[in-house]
Design a protein. Sequence first.
Length: 165
Amino acid sequence: MARPISAAKRQSISRANQKASQIIGKMIATTLKGVQKEVSQRAYRASNELRNAELYVLRGQRSGKKYRVPGTRRKYTASAPGESPAVRTGVFRLSWGTHVHVEKNGTHFRAVSAIESKERAGGRLLGEMLENGTGRIAPRPYKQKVIDRALPKIKAIYQKPYQGK
């Protein structure tokens, strides 16, 4: 037959449980902060991979018509419809910046890695005009090529095991 537990012993057990609960809570909070930091770092690395892929896709020779670079005597070969945009002055190619956003909702994280160019031509975003075309210009799609080039490296970044610090 079990002996009844004294009130003092019950109070001591209750305090020990409360202290253990606080320690576990602090460990969880610290671990979540570490996870959030690592997710943020991985998102930044992913955006850099997108930027590197953009620099790769928007380089090299194209097969369209030859034109003179405005304000110079140099010539360049434009892109043909369906090709990625040609590099005329390099301004559009180098105008891309990285953006990272990490949201935390309880124990869930959402990371958004992106690159963006705010380069404009005629009041419109140059990247959108090139990607989709205009009434006078056929589309010069490049966005999917950038994604396809960066995706394997981005997947590798996120598939590595969490290092927990």
